[in-house]
Design a protein around this ligand. Structure first.
Ligand code: HEM
Length: 493
C-alpha cells in the first residue's frame, strides 16, 4: 500500500468522509421526508460542520497579520573565518528558506497600512537544522528587559474596554520607559508606515555571537537591505492605499513573485570583538542601541531571493512558527536580556497556539534528518517503529552529535533585579532626529503633537515626553512644549 501523506494531491475523484467512505450526496442533509427534521445519524453532515466549526486556531498573540514566501539564501562572501555555521561555509552555498513579514499589534485581518513596526522573520532550512532569524524592520526595540514585554504590548493593543487602539494608553506606558525613545524615532518617523514588504530593511535587532572553528567569538549584528530600496507611505497616501486594499503588502508580495520579479535582500553584518564591549558609551548588547556604521561598517555576506509563493495560507503562513531560540552551531545568543527572554516565549506560545508537536508540521520541520526521544502528545503524526525510546541504550546506534561550540565567557555576580549600567537612553534618538530634513522633522514632531493632544493624556504624561525629547534634542523638546502649550524644559535636568 502506498505510504499515506496527508496532501490534497492524494484526493480521490469522488467525495469521501475524512475516513474515506464514499459520499454520494454532498448537497442535501439526511432528513425524515423532504422537509425534515434532520437526522443526527447523517455522519457526513456532522463531520463537515464539526470540521468547519474548528477551522480557526488562536492567532499569534502579536504579529498576527502577515504573509510568507519561500526562496533561498546564497552566500556571496566568505565569513567562514568567523563561524562554523554550515550554511555560511563558502560563497555559492544555497540554503532554502521561508520568510514571514508581518505587522505587530492588530488582528489577523487588520489593514497593512497602520503605523506599526513590521516583523521580518527568516527560517533557514540548513543541513544542521533550522536557523530562525526573527527580526523587525527597525534596528532597535522599545524595551531592553522582557519583563516589560506583556505590559508594553497591552498598552499598544486595543483598549480592553472599547476594543480600539487608543494611543493615550501607549503614551502613558512609554512615559515611564525612556529607553523607548530611539524606537519611537523610527516609528513616528516616515519609517513607521513602509510602502510594502519588498521595500523594507530587516534587522536581527539583537547582538548575536558567531563562533569559529578555533572557538573565537565575535559579536555580530545582522542587516537585510532590499535591492529595490526603502520606501514609505505618508499619512495621506496610506489612507488612500489602505482604503482601497487593506492587504496591499500581502498582495504586492504575492503578485510580484507570481510575475517572476523576485524580491531580493542583501545580508550584511557588523562585527565587534567581545573584548571591546566596554569601550563605548553604549552597551553593545542593549537592543535599544545601534552600532554606528562609521565605526562598525556593514560587511556583505549573502543574498536572499524570494522566488516561490506559498501554496496554502493556513499551512505555510498561519502554522508557520518561529523561535529566536532555534539556532545552528556556529551562531549563538548573547547575554542580551531581551534575547534570552525570547528564547523561551515563542515556542511556549506555539505549544499553545499549534500544539506540542508544532515542529512536525511540514513548514516548521527541519529538512535534515533528525532524531530524539521526545514523543507522543496531541496530534503526533510521526510514524515510529522502534522498541528503544530511552537514552542511553546499547540497542540504539544513535550517538551524540559532534560538540557544538559554546561561548567561553565566565560570569560572577549576585542575583539581582536591576537595570543595565550604561542606559544612554537619549543620544542615538536625538542623533537620528537630526539626520531628518526640516520637513521630515516637522512631520515627526506633529505625529507626537497629535497623540499627546488627546484630552485623555494628562499634563504629567505630556511633561515626561517633553522632558525626554528635550534630553534627546533641545530644539525638538522646545517645539513640542510650545505646540502642547507647556513650559519648555532645559536639557540635562
Ligand atoms: C522579550 C520580548 C519579546 C517577547 C516575549 C516576544 C514574544 C513573541 C510571541 C509570543 C510571538 C508570537 C509567536 C507565534 O505565535 O508564532 C512573537 C512574534 C514575533 N516577534 Fe516577538 N517577542 C519579543 C520581542 C521581540 C523583538 C525584540 C522582536 C524583533 C527583533 C520581535 C519580533 C517578532 C516577530 C517578527 C514575530 C512574528 C514571527 C512570525 O512571523 O511568525 N519580538 N513575539
Amino acid at each position: 500500500m502506498e505510504q499515506f501523506t496527508p496532501s490534497s494531491k492524494y484526493n480521490s475523484n469522488h467525495w469521501t468522509t475524512n475516513s474515506g467512505a464514499p459520499v454520494w450526496n454532498n448537497n442535501s442533509s439526511l432528513t425524515v421526508g423532504p422537509r425534515g427534521p434532520v437526522l443526527l445519524e447523517d455522519y457526513h453532515l456532522v463531520e463537515k460542520l464539526a470540521q468547519f466549526d474548528r477551522e480557526r486556531i488562536p492567532e499569534r498573540v502579536v504579529h498576527a497579520r502577515g504573509f510568507s514566501a519561500k526562496g533561498y539564501f546564497e552566500v556571496t562572501h566568505d565569513i567562514s573565518h568567523l563561524t562554523t555555521a554550515d550554511f555560511l561555509r563558502a560563497p555559492g552555498v544555497q540554503t532554502p528558506l521561508i520568510t514571514r513579514f508581518s505587522t505587530v499589534i492588530h488582528e489577523i485581518g487588520s489593514p497593512e497600512t497602520l503605523r506599526d513596526p513590521r516583523g521580518f522573520a527568516v527560517k533557514f532550512y540548513t543541513r544542521e537544522g533550522n536557523f530562525d532569524m526573527v527580526g523587525n524592520n527597525i534596528p532597535v526595540f522599545f524595551i531592553r528587559d522582557g519583563m516589560k514585554f506583556p505590559d508594553m504590548i497591552h498598552s499598544l493593543k486595543p483598549n480592553p474596554k472599547t476594543n480600539v487602539q487608543e494611543m493615550w494608553r501607549a503614551m502613558d506606558f512609554f512615559s515611564h520607559i525612556p529607553e523607548s525613545l530611539h524606537m519611537f524615532s523610527f516609528l513616528f518617523d516616515d519609517w513607521g508606515v513602509p510602502y510594502n514588504f519588498r521595500h523594507m530593511e530587516g534587522f536581527g535587532v539583537h547582538t548575536f555571537k558567531l563562533i569559529n572553528k578555533a572557538g573565537k567569538e565575535t559579536y555580530v549584528k545582522f542587516h537585510w537591505k532590499p535591492s529595490c530600496g526603502v520606501k514609505f507611505l505618508l499619512e495621506e497616501e496610506a489612507v488612500i492605499v489602505g482604503g482601497t486594499n487593506h492587504s496591499h503588502m500581502t498582495q504586492d508580495l504575492f503578485d510580484t513573485i507570481a510575475a517572476g520579479n523576485y524580491p531580493e535582500w542583501g545580508l550584511f553584518i557588523q562585527t565587534m570583538e567581545p573584548c571591546m564591549e566596554d569601550a563605548y558609551d553604549f552597551d553593545p548588547l542593549d537592543d535599544t542601541q545601534t552600532w554606528p556604521e562609521d565605526k562598525f561598517p556593514l560587511q556583505p555576506v549573502g543574498k536572499m531571493v524570494l522566488n516561490k509563493n506559498i501554496d496554502n495560507n493556513f499551512a505555510e503562513n498561519e502554522q508557520l512558527a518561529f523561535c529566536p531560540g532555534i539556532i545552528v552551531p556556529g551562531i549563538y545568543y548573547t547575554d542580551d536580556k531581551m534575547f534570552q527572554t525570547r528564547i523561551f516565549s515563542y515556542s511556549d506560545s506555539q505549544r499553545h497556539r499549534l500544539g506540542p508537536n508544532y515542529l512536525m508540521l511540514p513548514v516548521n520541520a527541519p529538512k535534515n534528518k533528525h532524531h530524539n526521544n521526545h514523543h507522543e502528545g496531541f496530534m503526533n503524526f510521526m510514524h515510529r517503529d522502534e522498541e528503544v525510546n530511552y537514552f542511553p541504550s546499547r540497542y540504539d546506534p544513535v550517538r551524540h552529535a559532534e560538540k557544538s561550540p559554546l561561548p567561553q565567557n565566565s560570569f560572577s555576580g549576585k542575583r539581582e533585579k536591576a537595570i543595565i549600567k550604561k542606559e544612554n537612553n537619549f543620544k542615538q534618538a536625538g542623533e537620528r532626529y537630526r539626520t531628518f530634513d526640516p520637513a521630515r522633522q516637522e512631520r515627526f514632531l506633529m505625529r507626537f503633537v497629535g497623540v499627546l493632544s488627546d484630552p485623555k493624556v494628562t499634563d504629567e504624561v505630556r511633561k515626561a515626553w517633553v522632558f525626554y525629547w528635550t534630553q534627546a534634542d533641545a530644539s525638538l523638546g522646545n517645539k513640542l512644549a510650545a505646540k502642547l502649550n507647556m513650559p519648555a524644559i532645559q536639557s540635562g535636568m
